[in-house]
Design a binder for this molecule. Structure first.
Ligand code: NAP
Length: 257
């Protein structure tokens, strides 16, 4: 779609949390190419501005909302209101922002547990509550929750992280039932190992072992790219996916079958 097409057909608005880097960035770029006006909500303001500027200079539409902590309800509500004011009703939400952690179960502190749950799970609760009214009013909506294959298989030293992502999968199924009658689909993508700043940092700290060996054990013999997730997300946000809801769409190179 060209920028002229955008002018003729006002774009549906999509919000991507954590859209300044990694898979959120790839999702934001892809949804912009798909014709959505994309709001990039991220803690990292420079990253959000950079991605939005590139999308805009390519002739698509993006808005950066930096310095927003999606684990704080007031910040979420204010950010979503700004998106609504500048881009219109929010009809697509990708709950992608997240943080990881590696800790023996017995060593996980209350602070670490609470932080992971707040950023990975409460954020999806706050963001979804903030936008679901727009989708209900439009009779059309798409919610995609980026969870994790660690919640499907279990993952040692990641009990807090995998628990937050498992709850996100349960949230997806509940909301699919509740929101389906309003024309809103809710699905989750649990990624396998995807090469992003998060994965690079985990590898650099030695949490992932030998990354080449990890890739060699996967059926597709490679680590995933952010665009692998963006492609699945693009489909789930499309009109074509209107009969797909409550689903776990694994994008993991065959790690979980
Ligand atoms: P990433 O490279 O760390 O990028 C995440 C982005 O989200 C960063 O810009 C980060 O900002 C931002 N962010 C973090 N906490 C935030 C908050 N409270 N409010 C707003 N923005 C926040 O991560 P990624 O690897 O792309 O991961 C994206 C999602 O996929 C996460 O939910 C992650 O758990 C999940 N996932 C990743 C993998 C993988 O292999 N990479 C596998 C399974 C699931 P800062 O950098 O400033 O913190």
């Amino acid at each position: 779609m060209t920028s002229t097409d955008h002018a003729r057909n006002p774009a549906r608005t999509a919000v991507v949390t954590g859209g300044g880097k990694g898979m959120g960035e790839a999702i934001a770029r892809r949804l912009a190419r798909d014709g959505f006006a994309v709001a990039i909500v991220d803690l990292d303001g420079d990253a959000a501005e950079h991605v939005a500027a590139q999308i805009n200079s390519a002739g698509y539409r993006a808005l950066a909302l930096g310095g927003v902590d999606v684990s704080v309800r007031e910040q979420v509500n204010a950010a979503m209101q700004r998106v609504r004011d500048e881009l219109g009703p929010i009809l697509v939400l990708v709950n992608n922002a997240g943080i990881t952690g590696f800790q023996r179960f017995v060593d996980i502190t209350d602070e670490q547990w609470d932080r992971i749950i707040k950023v990975n799970l409460n954020s999806a609760f706050y963001c979804t509550q903030a936008v679901v009214g727009d989708m209900t009013e439009a009779g059309w909506g798409r919610i995609v929750n980026i969870s994790s294959s660690s919640a499907q298989t279990g993952s040692e030293y990641m009990t807090h992280y995998a628990s937050s992502k498992g709850a996100m999968i349960a949230m997806t199924k509940c909301l699919a039932l509740e929101l389906g009658p309003s024309g809103i689909t809710v699905n989750t993508i649990p990624p396998g190992s995807i090469m992003t700043p998060m994965m690079r940092a985990s590898a650099d700290r030695g949490h992932l072992g030998d990354v080449e060996a990890l890739a060699a054990r996967l059926p597709v013999r490679r680590i995933g790219e952010p665009e692998d997730i963006a492609g699945a997300c693009s489909y789930l946000c499309s009109d074509d996916a209107g009969y797909v809801t409550g689903q776990i769409i694994g994008v993991n190179g065959g790690r979980v079958t």
